[in-house]
Ligand binder design. Structure first.
Ligand code: SAM
Length: 285
């Protein structure tokens, strides 16, 4: 693939008489600089194996394969499989899997296609209609993934990486801080896609935390949802409504943790929220 990704995309569409499918969230990247920046931010070397979700017309896949040990790419669209197989013919380190990524067992695939000692990263220009299910699948299903470098909608990227006290900070941001070191890498203008989507995009980097504290995760995840349920309400009001604990008792509990009674969840970082969650679980459940 010597030509630019823009030329490559046009050629693939024309040569294989392809139609771009909105239902699969197909917005193909046609800017080599953006592709290079994504690959750079994933820090890929010959000890790194890459999972790419949705190779599309293969521009980024080819770029990833140059730098990585192995690329495992999942593509759902029947019509793209033959063109991709032709494109990947001489590339011995690309494995194309024709399937819906949500139906795969990621751990089984990692064990089958990668070596045990590989560093494993996920790189994807995500189909936006299933960003959250894909993200949760990667975070929940495998403890072998080290880093996720993802293109998402700009607004989603801001929420996933938001810090406490900012307007984008919500339950999802807390969950990301709990599971990952999340970084907003760069904003991407809609004009670098064919066709351009209706929204701007951004690339984020999520580095999985290996040394997470031992807490009751299902309780904590439910607690975060409840703490942020009504953003304008105080934490005490939200918790009172969720757990039926008297406000005075909650006030006393917060005060023992040095937290003001008037605080809102959005002002608290992940560690403090974890402390409160564990206190409630131990004292009342
Ligand atoms: N990586 C290509 C690029 O950057 O130009 C294409 C990105 S496009 C935003 C998303 C790709 O994901 C499309 O090729 C689409 O067909 C594919 N896709 C959509 N849903 C999928 C799913 N459930 N499993 C696997 N691939 C999927």
């Amino acid at each position: 693939m010597g030509e630019s990704s823009h030329q490559h995309t046009k050629m693939m569409l024309k040569d294989h008489k392809l139609h771009i499918k909105k239902k699969f969230g197909q917005n193909f990247l046609i800017d080599d600089n953006v592709i290079n920046k994504i690959v750079d931010s994933a820090m890929i070397d010959k000890q790194t194996s890459v999972i790419e979700i949705g190779p599309g017309l293969g521009s980024m896949t080819m770029r990833l394969a140059k730098q990585a040990k192995h690329v495992l790419a999942y593509e759902i669209d029947d019509d793209l499989i033959k063109p991709l197989k032709t494109l990947f013919k001489g590339e011995s380190n690309i494995t194309l899997i024709h399937d819906d990524v949500l139906k795969r067992q990621l751990d089984d695939d990692i064990n089958t296609y990668f070596d045990r000692e590989d560093r494993v990263v996920v790189v994807a220009n995500l189909p936006y209609y299933i960003t959250t299910p894909i993200l949760f699948k990667c975070l929940e299903e495998s403890d072998k993934i080290d880093v996720l470098t993802l293109m998402t909608q700009f607004e989603v990227a801001k929420r996933l990486t938001a810090s406490k006290g900012t307007k984008d900070y919500n339950a999802l941001s807390v969950l990301m801080h709990y599971k990952t070191l999340s970084t907003f890498e760069f904003k991407v203008n809609r004009t670098v896609f064919m066709p351009p989507p209706n929204v701007d995009s951004a690339v984020i980097r999520l580095e999985i935390k290996r040394d997470r504290p031992r807490i009751d995760e299902p309780f904590f995840f439910d607690f975060i949802k409840e703490a942020f349920r009504q953003k304008r309400k105080t934490l005490i009001n939200n918790l009172h409504q969720a757990y039926f604990i008297e406000k005075e008792v909650l006030k006393h509990m917060l005060s023992s943790l040095d937290i003001q009674a008037t605080i809102r969840a959005e002002a608290l970082g992940v560690q403090t929220l974890m402390n409160i969650s564990e206190r409630i679980r131990q004292d009342f459940f």
